[in-house]
Ligand binder design. Structure first.
Ligand SMILES: [Zn+2]
Length: 480
């Protein structure tokens, strides 16, 4: 029997606000434990939460970017549960009236445009962190409440994802959108982007949903893909042997690529949601939404389409160049100085990315600024220098901040295109290789490349290829 997977993803994105969602405490990552907490974070008696306007703006940005509808009135509720990392005993979240309804995330899968619909987008606060010190994991738990109250945006998809690969592409697209909007840093390792997956299987053609499990603890996009592949195979094996899948929550272990049961699934009504009496319903105005709409940047997929249609770049290049907003900006600024899009794309995807990789400063702090790279590429495009010299120059520019023209002049790297300069050199190359000359004249004209190579070697790559070719051809054609 053939099975298909039914996958829905819940993604928590930590919003890049400076302060928490209901108080003024700092959200900076890696602060001393319990140093960024106040009575509001802890829910102490008398403490009053005040909603952070910036968090609302960011959520609205996301909703508009994915074509969802903004709920003009949304309500915060207390989601009650007892857990050590949540000292006040409830988490403030949105329940039946979220800030965003519907929308979709689109991506490109092998040239096919697909889109996954969204159920909702809502705002909530994060919980704290339990720490189990090495060697004492049985003895005690340490609690760090710095993360309590950090703003989260939860993006819930419809169960329309059909394969681990689609889940990968969906998450990749979502990550790119929040990064382009500047509302989340997209860092899964640091927990800024967290994903839980609901997954079930059913025979192909069946419309009823099978029993689902929930996989948690997914901390990379590849991890999500691997965990889903494991879990789908596990469910298929159970059903194929005549057993039934048990509804449960699983933890994915990256170490061995397997999922382990965590606890039996808590139903959402177990949480006892109650409207938060300290927070009035959030009312948005059309004016507010229009202001956010005006600030929306171009989205990654639209940008890709523009690169493919207007700049005639291959889809692959467009995908690489829009993989981060910083890289797209670098590309466009370089393009402003050199209009050959394919030349610029090639250089950025090879020379630039190879050097930016693993460099903490990233593309924004790269030593060769886009305007300087653009000038260099423009010299190659207009044949003022050869591509080979271009690469040498690029090396120099990594450590030398001067304009490329200054470096060319100082190092004497300008190309030799003067036929009188090249002529003597070519005569010498011809004189030094009588055997090859004879073979060439006997009809082996492919040897021209050999002679060009000799001239290039003698000039350190500075000989203008077109002039060299022409001179060699004419001199080799002359009989002795
Ligand atoms: Zn606080």
């Amino acid at each position: 029997m053939n099975f298909e997977a039914v996958i829905g993803l819940e993604v928590h994105a930590q919003l890049l606000t400076k302060s928490k969602i209901f108080c003024g405490c700092s959200t900076t990552f890696g602060q001393r434990p319990n140093s960024a907490a106040c009575p509001v974070c802890l829910g102490l008696p008398g403490a009053l939460p005040v909603l952070n306007r910036e968090a609302v703006n960011m959520a609205v940005k996301m909703i508009l970017a994915v074509d969802g509808s903004v709920g003009m009135t949304s309500v915060f509720a207390r989601k009650n549960y007892f857990y050590p990392d949540l000292p006040k005993g409830y988490q403030i979240s949105q329940f039946d009236r979220p800030i965003g309804i519907g929308g979709r995330i689109a991506f490109e899968d092998n040239g096919v445009r697909k889109q996954i619909r969204l159920t909702r987008i809502h705002l909530e606060e994060d919980a704290g962190k339990s720490l189990h010190p090495e060697g004492h994991s049985e003895d005690f738990t340490r609690i760090d409440v710095n993360r309590c109250g950090v703003p989260l945006m939860e993006i819930v998809s419809e169960p329309e994802i059909r394969s681990p690969r689609e889940a990968y592409l969906y998450l990749h697209a979502l990550k790119q959108i929040v990064e382009h909007l500047g509302i989340c840093d997209g860092n899964m390792e640091e927990g800024s982007l967290r994903c839980d997956a609901n997954v079930s299987i059913r025979p192909v053609g069946e419309t009823k949903l099978g029993t689902k499990t929930e996989v948690k603890n997914l901390n990379s996009i590849r991890g999500v893909e691997k965990a889903l592949r494991y879990e789908i195979d596990r469910q298929i094996a159970i059903v194929s042997s005549g057993d039934r899948v048990e509804q449960q929550t699983l933890l994915y272990s990256d170490a061995d690529g397997r999922c382990y049961p965590m606890r039996s699934k808590e139903e959402s009504h177990d949480y006892r949601y109650l409207p938060d009496p300290d927070l009035v319903p959030l009312q948005l105005t059309p004016n507010w939404i229009a202001t956010v709409q005006r600030e929306l940047p171009e989205l990654p997929l639209n940008r890709q389409d523009r690169y493919v249609h207007d700049l005639a770049l291959p889809r692959y290049d467009a995908e690489v160049l829009t993989s981060s907003p910083g890289l797209a900006l670098y590309f466009e600024e370089t393009l402003a100085a050199c209009p050959d899009a394919k030349l610029v794309a090639n250089w950025i995807m090879t020379e630039v990315l190879a050097r930016v990789k693993g460099n903490a400063a990233g593309i924004a702090g790269f030593a060769v600024e886009p305007a300087r790279l653009g000038r260099l590429l423009e010299m190659i495009r207009s044949k003022a220098i050869t591509g080979k010299i271009g690469k040498e120059l690029f090396e120099c520019m990594l450590a030398d901040a001067r304009p490329v023209e200054a470096i060319v002049a100082e190092k004497g790297l300008a190309p030799i295109a003067d036929s009188s300069d090249l002529g003597g050199l070519i005569d010498k190359v011809i004189a030094d290789h009588p055997k090859e000359v004879a073979r060439y004249r006997a009809g082996q004209t492919k040897l021209l490349a050999f002679f060009v190579g000799q001239v290039m070697r003698a000039t350190g790559g500075r000989a203008d290829p077109a002039v060299t070719n022409e001179l060699l051809r004419s001199k080799l054609a002359q009989s002795e």
